[in-house]
Design a protein. Structure first.
Length: 489
């Protein structure tokens, strides 16, 4: 067996990249280009599905289109389980990350080249599989750059998150511009070009990563490899058959992903907690992750509506006219990354300056959920308006609040997953965090059916209140959660 990343401590003197380890720049880069392609494509995906054929779209009903987008987003994070398992049991995080980037390129090319629903089906499946493999493993490799008690850790993850959002900002801007001037497939093609750039950059920098990035933490015996292949083929056959006989349909995709993610969550927690290879302290930390997981689900079920309900809202409600020019719908999705780019450095500096005096992880999560619930309540003054009735500045302000909530949960959750992970489940604990995103994202697509533009107040008020209630519950139990974390803050 190769050594685990805890066997050799990272060099705390390596501060070559904005005070962080030099190797962070390579992960920063590949994640930036992956997010460029991911959000660039997703910025025009929903409108591609429900725009009429005369507008270049596929003409699907909005509820079904939103369900597909939510299911796809959930499937991306659900597939992190597969990517994490392959890393921890067979290939190591770095190798899975590299192959996943290749699969993502193939997916974007399929969307750009193949026509209609065929391109959507093939493209989204490949992108979901590839993105899932890349996300969990890129985050896990970032974790190998730091020792568990390195005070730069949260700041490093915040900088990593900055790279994500640089890509998330430019993606919808450029693909949306191409879509509005040349057509949807040109926009999808640009996403493919962006991911190709990321793959090329990473292929040159991957050899500079630490040896621990290649570690297979819990190697699968070689004689079981054929069984894995048989199970994989059988799973593909079952899915194809279910699609052909109509069990899996466009109108129930989000519900299927929700149930799949919920089942995977229960199974994953059960496997880790019952493992004979984890110590008592490690098991306690996994239990501490449960309330963080639940809070994360509540947060993402609201936050990810940027790509479902908020996209429809921006198309139908938002005044997008600027000096007689109408801004593309997808550009609204670049507002949040602007704030991330500005505020992620601020949050990183604040956490670094506060050091051990900064709020604990449970308190940060609680605040994130409460702020996210408050963001939904901010829609109420504009509820039930007509076309173009919501000022652009109002959405800018609401998305600013979205961003504050995100920075209190997303990078902190990634960091917490690596800090609380048992030694044998390093990458798979990151996958558990992404499972909370999978559940929340799929729920955001499922919720589209309840969004009624003629009576929006109940929708925004009920969902906002639920998130605030969950956040307050975690805040009140923060000391109990901290005691389970056994020294980790």
């Amino acid at each position: 067996m190769t050594s685990s990343p805890t066997d050799v401590a990272p060099d705390p003197r390596d501060r070559s990249f904005f005070g962080q380890p030099r190797a962070l720049v390579h992960l920063f880069g590949v994640e930036m280009w992956e997010r460029f392609s991911f959000y660039g494509m997703q910025g025009i995906l929903l409108i591609y599905l429900y725009f009429s054929m005369s507008e270049g779209g596929l003409g699907l009903p909005e509820a079904i289109a939103g369900g597909i987008v939510g299911a796809y987003g959930g499937a991306v994070y659900l597939s992190t389980i597969l990517g994490a398992w392959l890393a921890d049991r067979m290939f190591g995080s770095e190798r899975v990350l590299f192959v996943s980037a290749i699969i993502i390129v193939a997916g974007h090319l399929s969307l750009a080249v193949l026509p209609g629903l065929i391109g959507v089906g093939v493209g989204l499946v490949l992108i979901a599989l590839g993105s899932g493999g890349l996300k969990a493993n890129a985050t896990s490799v970032v974790g190998t750059l730091y020792s568990s008690d390195d005070p730069r850790r949260d700041a490093g993850f915040s900088l990593f998150y900055l790279g994500i959002n640089l890509g998330a900002f430019f993606g919808p801007i450029l693909t949306g511009l191409l879509q509005s001037t040349a057509g949807f497939h040109w926009g999808f093609g640009l996403a493919a070009v962006g991911m190709t750039a990321g793959l090329i950059q990473y292929s040159f920098g991957r050899k500079q990563l630490p040896e621990s990035a290649h570690t297979v933490h819990n190697p699968l015996p070689r004689h079981r490899y054929p069984l894995v292949g048989i199970i994989a083929i059988a799973a593909i056959v079952v899915i194809v058959v279910l699609v052909l006989i109509g069990v899996v349909r466009a109108d129930n995709l989000s519900a299927i992903v929700i149930l799949s993610a919920l089942a995977a969550t229960i199974a994953y927690f059960a496997v880790i907690l019952s493992s004979r290879h984890i110590e008592v302290k490690e098991r306690s930390r996994v239990w501490a992750f449960v309330p963080l997981f639940i809070t994360s689900v509540a947060f993402w079920s609201l936050y990810q509506q940027q790509f479902t309900v908020l996209t429809v809202y921006s198309d139908k409600r938002l005044d997008r006219v600027i000096f007689s020019w109408e801004m593309p719908v997808s550009w609204v999705q670049s507002i949040n990354p602007i704030f991330i780019i500005v505020l992620s450095g601020v949050f990183a500096a604040v956490w670094s300056r506060l050091g051990t005096r900064q709020p604990s992880t449970p308190v940060k999560f609680a605040l994130g959920a409460i702020v996210m619930g408050g963001a939904f309540l901010l829609f109420l003054p504009f509820a039930n308006g007509g076309p173009g009735s919501t000022p652009l500045l109002a959405i800018v302000g609401i998305l600013f609040v979205f961003t504050v909530a995100e920075l209190l949960i997303s990078p902190i959750g990634l960091s917490a997953a690596t800090k609380l992970a048992p030694a044998r489940f390093q990458t798979q604990m990151v996958a558990l965090f992404f499972l909370s995103v999978a559940l929340g994202t799929a729920i955001s697509g499922w919720l589209v059916q309840f969004y009624d533009p003629s009576n929006e107040a109940p929708y925004f008020s009920i969902l906002g209140a639920i998130a605030i209630f969950v956040g307050l519950g975690l805040w009140l139990s923060a000391r109990t959660v901290l005691s389970l974390m056994k020294g980790v803050r």
